[in-house]
Write a protein that binds this ligand. Structure first.
Ligand SMILES: Nc1ncnc2c1ncn2[C@@H]1O[C@H](COP(=O)(O)OP(=O)(O)O)[C@@H](O)[C@H]1O
Ligand SMILES: [Mg+2]
Length: 502
C-alpha cells in the first residue's frame, strides 16, 4: 500500500470509529432512559398488586392482619405489606431489590415505616401524595424519585393506599405506599451493554477494514497505474496508455494523461518526420554540389564549357539550399511567434497592384492570364509584406500548375461584416482529393506536383501567416478543372467611410 492509500484507509477508519463511538454513546443515553421506564412500570405493577391484596386481606379479615398491638401500627402495616410483596413476588431477587415505605400525607417516610436494604429514614420526595389525599379514578401510581440521605437516588412510585387499608390502621398516619428501586446507574447500563456493544463494534470495524481497503484501493490503484505509465513515458515509451478506471476525477486524469501522451507521441513523430524531410531535402542538392565539384577537382570535367556548366549547377543548388534554410527559419520564427505582424490598414487595391506587377512578366511568358479584382476601397488589417508573401506563394503555385492559355483569378469579397475573403483560383490540373487535407503540412507535395523546384514549405508558411492575422486558409479543387485557395482576413473598413467619419 502506498502513502496515499494508507492515508485514505486511515481516514475511513477514523470516520467509522468516530461514528461508531457517537452511535454507542447516544445508544447508552437512550437505553438509560428506557431502563428507567421499564423499572417504573414494574414498580407500578408491584404497587398496584400490594395495595389490592392488602385491601382484600383487610376486607376478608374484617380487621387488621398481624398481631394487633404488638408493634406501632405503622410497622404493623409495613410488615403486612412486606409479606405480601415477598409472597406475591415469585422473583425473590426482585423482592430483595425492592424497598417499600409508607409515607404520611406530607410525603415523609413514617418512622419505622420502611423495610429494605436501603436506609429510607428521613427520605423524602415532593409530590408523593396527591394533595386531595387520594387519586380520583383508576388509582394509578405516581412516578417519583426518592432522594435518600445516605445512598443514591431511588426510582419510586407512590400508590395512595385504599381507604379500607387506611381504616384498618387508623393511627399509623399512613397515606401512601411507596415502592422503590435504586436507579440503574450509567455504569450499570454500560456494564450490561458493553460486551454486546463491543461485539457489534468489532463487526463494524472488521467491515470497515475490508470496505476501507477496497475503497482506498479503488482510488489508489488507478493513480498508481498512471504514475507507472508516466515513468514509462519519461523513459521514452510513448505508446504507454492507462485504462480509465476508478472515481470520475481519476478517470478524467487517466483520459487526460492518455491524450497528453498521444500528443507527445505525435509531436515526437512530427519531429522525426521533419528531420527526415530536411535530410532528404538537403541530400539532393548537396549530392550534386559534391558530385560536380569533385568532378572539376579531379579533372573528370576539364573543358571550359563543362566547368562553366558545373559552376552554374553548383550555384543553383546552393541557392536552392539557401532558400530552403531561409524558408525553414521563416516558418519556425512565425510558428514560435517571434515575428510580430504589423497591424496596418492596407488598401486591397494597392496590395493587388503590387502583386500584379510582380507576376506580369511571368504571366506573359507562360501565356496564363492574371486577373485581379478588389472591391473598390476595401481595406484589410495586417502586415503588407507578409500578406504579399502569401499571395506570392499562392500565385507561384497557381502559375506553376496552370497550363498555357489558362487563367489565374484573384478576387475578394466580404464574407461576414469585419471579415474579407481573398481567393486565388486557377484553371490548372487540380489537386487529388486525398491530398487536399495535407497541402498545408510542411514538406507536403501532392503526387501530381512532379519534380518542381518547391520544397513544400510555401503553403505551410502561408497558413502560419494567415493564422497570425486571425484568419484561416483552405483549398478546394476539382481535378482537371482547377484549384481555388481561399483565405480570410480581418477587414479594416472601407476607405470612403472612414474618411467621411474623420
Ligand atoms: N494551384 C495548385 N494546383 C495544383 N497543385 C497545387 C497548387 N498549389 C499547391 N499545390 C500542391 O501543393 C503542394 C504544396 O505547395 P507548396 O506548399 O507551395 O509547396 P511547393 O510549391 O514548394 O511545392 C505543391 O507541391 C503542389 O503539389
Ligand atoms: Mg509553393
Amino acid at each position: 500500500m502506498g502513502a496515499l492509500q494508507v492515508r485514505l484507509f486511515l481516514t475511513y477508519l477514523i470516520i467509522i470509529g468516530v461514528t461508531l463511538g457517537l452511535a454507542a454513546l447516544s445508544l447508552f443515553l437512550l437505553l438509560g432512559g428506557y431502563r428507567d421506564d421499564i423499572s417504573y412500570s414494574s414498580l407500578e405493577d408491584i404497587g398496584v398488586l400490594i395495595d389490592a391484596q392488602a385491601n382484600t386481606q383487610v376486607q376478608e379479615a374484617g380487621t387488621a392482619p398481624g398481631t394487633p398491638g404488638a408493634f406501632p401500627e405503622g410497622a404493623e402495616l409495613l410488615l403486612a405489606l412486606r409479606s405480601i410483596l415477598e409472597r406475591g413476588g415469585s422473583d425473590s431477587d426482585l423482592a430483595r431489590q425492592t424497598s417499600i415505605a409508607i409515607v404520611d400525607a406530607g410525603g415523609r417516610v413514617i418512622p419505622g415505616g420502611w423495610a429494605s436494604a436501603v436506609n429510607l429514614e428521613g427520605a423524602s420526595a415532593a409530590g408523593l401524595v396527591p394533595e386531595t389525599g387520594e387519586l380520583p379514578a383508576g388509582r394509578s401510581p405516581l412516578r417519583c424519585r426518592l432522594a435518600t440521605p445516605t445512598g443514591p437516588d431511588l426510582l419510586c412510585v407512590s400508590m395512595p393506599l385504599s381507604d379500607a387499608v387506611k381504616a384498618a390502621f387508623p393511627n399509623s398516619g399512613a397515606s401512601a405506599l411507596v415502592v422503590a428501586q435504586p436507579a440503574a446507574s450509567l455504569r450499570e447500563v454500560l456494564g450490561d451493554l458493553m460486551p454486546r456493544m463491543l461485539f457489534s463494534g468489532l463487526i463494524g470495524v472488521a467491515a470497515a477494514l475490508v470496505l476501507g481497503f477496497l475503497l482506498s484501493q479503488s482510488v489508489a490503484a488507478p493513480l498508481r497505474n498512471i504514475a507507472r505509465a508516466a515513468r514509462s513515458v519519461a523513459r521514452g515509451n510513448y505508446r504507454q496508455r492507462v485504462p480509465a478506471t476508478g472515481p470520475r476525477e481519476v478517470r478524467d486524469l487517466a483520459a487526460n494523461f492518455n491524450r497528453m501522451t498521444e500528443e507527445v507521441q505525435r509531436s515526437q513523430q512530427t519531429l522525426r518526420d521533419f528531420l527526415a524531410n530536411i535530410s532528404h531535402e538537403l541530400k539532393t542538392p548537396l549530392t550534386s554540389i559534391r558530385g560536380f565539384s569533385e568532378a572539376v577537382l579531379d579533372g573528370t570535367i576539364d573543358d571550359e564549357p563543362g566547368i562553366h556548366r558545373s559552376a552554374k549547377i553548383i550555384s543553383d543548388e546552393s541557392s536552392r539550399l539557401l532558400r530552403l534554410v531561409q524558408e525553414l527559419l521563416d516558418l519556425s520564427r512565425i510558428e514560435s511567434g517571434q515575428v510580430s505582424m504589423r497591424q496596418d490598414a492596407i488598401l486591397l487595391d494597392e496590395l493587388f497592384a503590387h502583386v500584379s506587377e510582380v507576376f506580369a512578366l511571368r504571366s506573359d511568358e507562360s501565356d496564363v492570364r492574371l486577373e485581379l479584382a478588389a472591391p473598390p476601397g476595401a481595406r484589410i488589417r495586417g502586415d503588407f509584406d507578409r500578406l504579399e508573401q502569401v499571395l506570392n506563394n499562392l500565385l507561384d503555385n497557381a502559375f506553376r500548375h496552370t497550363p498555357r492559355g489558362g487563367t489565374v483569378r484573384v478576387a475578394s469579397r466580404e464574407l461576414t461584416p469585419g471579415t474579407l475573403q481573398i481567393s486565388v483560383a486557377d484553371t490548372g490540373a487540380g489537386i487529388p482529393g486525398p491530398d487536399l487535407p495535407h497541402l498545408f503540412e510542411r514538406f507536403y507535395r501532392a503526387a501530381t506536383s512532379g519534380n518542381g523546384k518547391g520544397h513544400g514549405l510555401g503553403l505551410a508558411i502561408s497558413r502560419e501567416i494567415v493564422r497570425a492575422h486571425g484568419g484561416d486558409i483552405w483549398a478546394t479543387s476539382e481535378e482537371g478543372r482547377g484549384t481555388t485557395f481561399v483565405f480570410t482576413l480581418p477587414s479594416a473598413g472601407r476607405k470612403e467611410r472612414s474618411a467621411a467619419a474623420r
